[in-house]
Design a protein around this ligand. Structure first.
Ligand code: HEM
Length: 141
């Protein structure tokens, strides 16, 4: 469960990044795919060139899902049920990749929101992103 202070920190950072295409792009393109190239194997069918329409669209969907999750912190299992099924049964993404993506999201937030992403926000987002990842990988077994 999330405290009132954690919820406020999560929502406040979300308000900063929603609609920010630059951060979306950097998360996936520059960080996840360049720092951890093995993650690209799941995206063979997409155009992974820097700034591609595919990457923008996918980044937007993932950030949209995070935005929905941020609004349902007391009920993440239900809020994420559909994409949890998708990742476990259809995409079969190895759970280790969620650690890599979570790491990248925190790095990108820290480097792009140096003032807002303080230690309180860092701790709250770490908990948030790992809880979301936990829900998305919970149906594997
Ligand atoms: C698709 C969310 C982690 C691989 C998606 C979609 C969403 C989403 C919302 C689009 C679903 C749709 O089109 O209806 C998330 C969230 C994550 C996460 C919130 C963690 C915080 C990952 C990871 C990988 C991954 C770690 C693999 C490295 C994929 C793939 C697709 C997808 C391959 C399908 C792309 C396509 O064909 O357009 N994800 N995802 N996801 N995700 Fe994730």
């Amino acid at each position: 469960t999330f405290s009132a202070a954690e919820k406020a920190a999560i929502i406040s950072i979300w308000d900063n990044i929603s609609g920010n295409v630059k951060i979306i792009m950097l998360t996936f393109d520059s960080r996840l795919f360049l720092s951890f190239p093995q993650t690209k194997t799941y995206f063979n069918h997409l155009d992974l060139r820097h700034g591609s329409t595919d990457l923008r669209r996918h980044g937007g969907k993932v950030l949209g899902a995070l935005g929905e999750a941020a609004k349902h912190l007391d009920n993440l299992e239900d809020a994420l049920a559909k994409i949890s099924d998708l990742h476990a049964y259809n995409l079969r993404v190895d759970p280790g990749n969620f650690e890599l993506l979570s790491h990248c999201i925190l790095v990108v937030l820290a480097s792009h929101l140096p003032n807002d992403f303080d230690t309180t926000a860092h701790a709250a987002w770490d908990k948030f992103i790992h809880t979301v990842s936990g829900v998305l990988t919970s149906k594997y077994r």
